[in-house]
Design a protein around this ligand. Structure first.
Ligand SMILES: O=C(CO)COP(=O)(O)O
Length: 134
């Protein structure tokens, strides 16, 4: 599966803790990330990550493009709900595309844990069937 990891600045430490805790599950999948988040995941967990541009410079839109191409299976996006983002429209567009294309999306750690446990149990395998059909 292709999994994207994104965190706003105030949530990056939490994301690193989360990725470290679930490293064994995540290591079985292809990881993608916005620029700064991806660099931190690489540096601090050693997992391989394909990095896009930083969020404010278009990274969220690049990931949105993969969703529109049916080329992304899950988004884990630790948003900061307490800080205004200069690229808020891009963030909203990414979340909207997840809903358009039924892509599992976690915007906080509580949901992200459930998603990864579901992934491990095979609950997301319908994505592989979808991919074969398209
Ligand atoms: O702003 C972001 C997502 O909207 C994240 O971008 P960075 O990973 O480059 O900080």
């Amino acid at each position: 599966m292709k999994i994207t990891l994104i965190a706003h600045d105030n949530k990056k430490d939490s994301l690193i803790q989360f990725v470290t805790a679930y490293r064994d599950i995540l290591a079985e999948h292809s990881l993608y990330a916005t620029g700064t988040t991806g660099q931190r995941v690489i540096d601090e967990t050693g997992l391989p990550v394909t990095r896009f541009r930083s969020g404010p410079l278009g990274g969220d839109q690049q990931i949105g493009s993969m969703i529109a191409d049916n080329d992304m299976d899950m988004i884990i996006f630790f948003r900061d709900p307490l800080t205004a983002q200069p690229h808020e429209p891009d963030v909203s567009a990414l979340i909207r595309l997840c809903d358009v294309y039924q892509i599992p999306l976690a915007t906080n750690m509580g949901t992200a844990e459930v998603l990864l446990k579901g992934l491990q149990e095979g609950f997301i395998d319908w994505r592989l069937i979808e991919e074969r059909r398209n």
